[in-house]
Design a protein around this ligand. Structure first.
Ligand code: UPG
Ligand code: MN
Length: 618
């Protein structure tokens, strides 16, 4: 349902349907996904005219129907009831079939479904390309007789012995299939979990591309990534708003973030920008009305076979780039280095809405993938300072570095959460006394950075609590995701292992969702990342208690009133770390639900923390 809502939302764009074609890549190669699309295709015949007639927003049926459309403006309640009924019936059929796990009865013998043979598993399968709605077909019309956008299902061939290159490979397969079937000059790419929230996005993006003066220089128009399932409490300290409202507007170019982006097909396919591009611009995208859909499908299939890309530029200088878990950032950078301009466009009405992880583990794994991929770019020949030198502005090179250097930030953070606290425990002062003038620079740095980040948050409409969560998550991300990202990248540079693309979970069980809604942090399993978090949390607790007791004892003994002044910053730092770790203590000791931390992990962490306390520091 998630996927077909995305599909329906983009099929219903406010744009001439004969110029729209929607391609769905199914890397899972599931006949259930295919079935859901067949259902979506027939529902679209009702949905699209309904959207256009009543100017519906957003055009994802699920989002629209749950937004309480009954209470908005003037509309036809009979029509609403009818469309709601059709949607619910479709939902029941799709969910019922999903529960069954197989396509049964008449459907199984229908054209299309026969391509799923029993031997094929996801990961070892032939290609499937099926045109579900052929826009050239005069019978493919909605209930009002208007033509429908083309809809195509694509599952590329996969074989264990050939690398599939994850999302980048899937995208390149779509680029080729679409070039065969519709070959439109502009391509929008959206993740399966991101529906279009504004029916104007196509026209808005085209305004940039069609600009008479500078449109021909533009390669892509990136809309910000927004999430629909973030809570106001912001338990995982999501800072996407800060990125979207503060960082990206100041980037200088647009960083391609993998979804919600309109590309010029030619630049995505490797064309370099040249001054003469405008004069020679004559893009042909006519479809051949004579060719039958079956012939087109067969030709398209040959384009998504495992061997098609052998000895071609795909993944290197054509299409999305391979070998990096953040295919998006590196692809965008290389396009910019070929002379193209990019636009970051953040209209007041959010253009795309996706889902963000609802469990800490997923969140940290996602950030591990990002930090690893980004740092890999920095270490590769695509490092913006080298590769981009003379091609993109220094400001843009630096802006990229802000993200590409996430992974190494783990080292100073790890130092700050361990060493000052241990030294506090052992009575070793690290920072200047409060009374010393050397204290001032430290105080300045702390006050300036914190008040700046607080100001930024409030300006973006976040709350104080949300800001605190961001600070806390920053520490957690850096000591786990970024550390693992750093270690993996370094190991790969030394020739051990290769990187993959761990998919972000899209389905969460109801109980876990309830805990998320109630604002509690979801652990629920053992993971080395959680071990680090728990160890650091326990270590700081011990150091704080032990350290403060030590200071009190010294002061109480009458000796050294300077001790307080000497240890103040360490007490503050350690105290804040303890305060920030409250959800972890809860997960370790006080919670009984399935989202708590396992006991074995608590024992392990306690052992490690004790070990750390025993390390001699002097
Ligand atoms: O082997 C794969 C892996 C992923 N995908 C698709 O890629 C998209 C993004 O995957 P998801 O698991 O949702 O990852 P996120 O962490 O949410 O992705 C973010 O980070 C990625 C880069 O790491 C970007 O490509 C995405 O656009 C961005 O939303 C989804 O539509 C997937 O179906 C594939 O088609 N094949
Ligand atoms: Mn996603």
């Amino acid at each position: 349902m998630l996927v077909i809502n995305t599909v329906l939302s983009v099929m219903a764009y406010d744009y001439p349907p004969e110029k729209l074609s929607v391609y769905v890549s199914d890397d899972g190669r599931s006949n259930l996904t295919f079935y859901a699309l067949v259902e979506a295709a027939s529902f679209s015949k009702h949905w699209i005219p309904y959207c256009k007639k009543f100017k519906v927003e957003p055009r994802s049926p699920a989002a629209y129907l749950s937004s309480g459309p009954e209470s908005v403006g003037t509309f036809d309640s009979a029509a609403l009831l009818a469309i709601k009924k059709l949607y619910k019936e479709m939902e029941n059929r799709v969910e019922g079939t999903t529960k069954l796990g197989t396509i049964s009865g008449d459907l199984a013998t229908q054209e299309g479904f026969s391509q799923w043979d029993s031997q094929a598993t996801s990961g070892n399968n032939q290609a499937i390309v099926k045109i579900l709605i052929d826009g050239r077909d005069s019978n493919a019309v909605d209930i009002e007789g208007t033509v429908l956008p083309t809809l195509v299902y694509v599952a590329r061939e996969k074989r264990p012995q050939y690398p599939n290159n994850f999302k980048a490979g899937a995208m390149n397969a779509l680029i080729r299939v679409s070039s065969e079937i519709s070959n439109a000059p502009f391509i929008l790419n959206v993740d399966c979990d991101m529906y279009s929230n504004s029916s104007d996005s196509v026209r808005d993006a085209l305004c940039f591309f069609m600009d008479e003066e500078s449109g021909h220089e533009i390669s892509y128009v990136q809309y910000p990534q927004n999430f629909r399932n973030l809570l106001r409490s912001n338990i995982y300290g999501d800072y996407i708003k800060i990125i979207n409202e503060v960082e990206f507007p100041g980037f200088g170019e647009a960083m391609f973030v993998g979804t919600g982006c309109f590309h010029r097909r030619e630049s995505l396919c490797g064309r370099k920008y040249s001054k003469s591009y405008k004069e020679h611009y004559q893009y042909r995208s006519e479809r051949n009305p004579q060719e039958s859909a079956v012939v087109l499908e067969e030709r398209a299939k040959s384009l998504v076979s495992c061997t098609y890309e052998n000895n071609t530029g795909w993944g290197k200088d054509m299409g999305m780039m391979y070998g990096c878990p953040v295919e998006d950032a590196i692809t965008g950078l290389s396009i910019q280095c070929k002379g193209w301009k990019s636009i970051y466009f953040n209209p007041p009405m959010e253009a795309f809405l996706g889902i963000s992880p609802t469990a800490l583990g997923q969140f940290l794994v996602q950030h591990k993938r990002w930090s690893e991929g980004l740092f890999k770019i920095f270490l590769s020949k695509y490092c913006p300072f080298l590769y981009g030198h003379g091609k993109i502005k220094l400001k843009v090179q630096m802006a990229y570095a802000l993200y590409l250097l996430w992974a190494p930030l783990s080292l100073p953070m790890l130092y700050y959460v361990v060493v000052p606290s241990l030294c506090l425990l052992k009575g070793i002062p690290l920072f200047p006394k409060i009374s010393s003038s050397w204290f001032l620079p430290f105080a300045y740095v702390v006050a300036a950075t914190q008040s700046y980040s607080l100001g930024e948050c409030l300006w973006c409409g976040e709350t104080l609590g949300s800001w605190w969560n961001m600070q806390r998550m920053r520490v957690m991300r850096r000591t786990t995701s970024y550390l693992f990202g750093l270690v993996d990248t370094v190991l790969q540079q030394l020739g051990f292992g290769s990187s993959g693309f761990v998919i972000t979970a899209k389905v969460t069980d109801d109980e876990a969702l309830q805990r998320y809604a109630a604002g509690s942090m979801e652990f629920g399993s053992s993971s080395p990342m959680f071990t680090i978090l728990a160890t650091v949390a326990l270590l700081n607790l011990v150091c704080f208690v032990g350290g403060v007791a030590g200071v009190v004892a010294v002061v109480g003994g009458g000796a050294g009133g300077g001790m307080v002044s000497q240890m103040a910053l360490q007490v503050l730092l350690c105290g804040l770390l303890v305060f920030g770790s409250i959800p972890i203590y809860q997960g370790l000791f006080f919670r009984k639900d399935k989202g708590a931390l396992p006991t074995a992990l608590a024992v392990q962490a306690a052992f490690l923390a004790a070990l750390a306390c025993l390390v001699p520091l002097r």
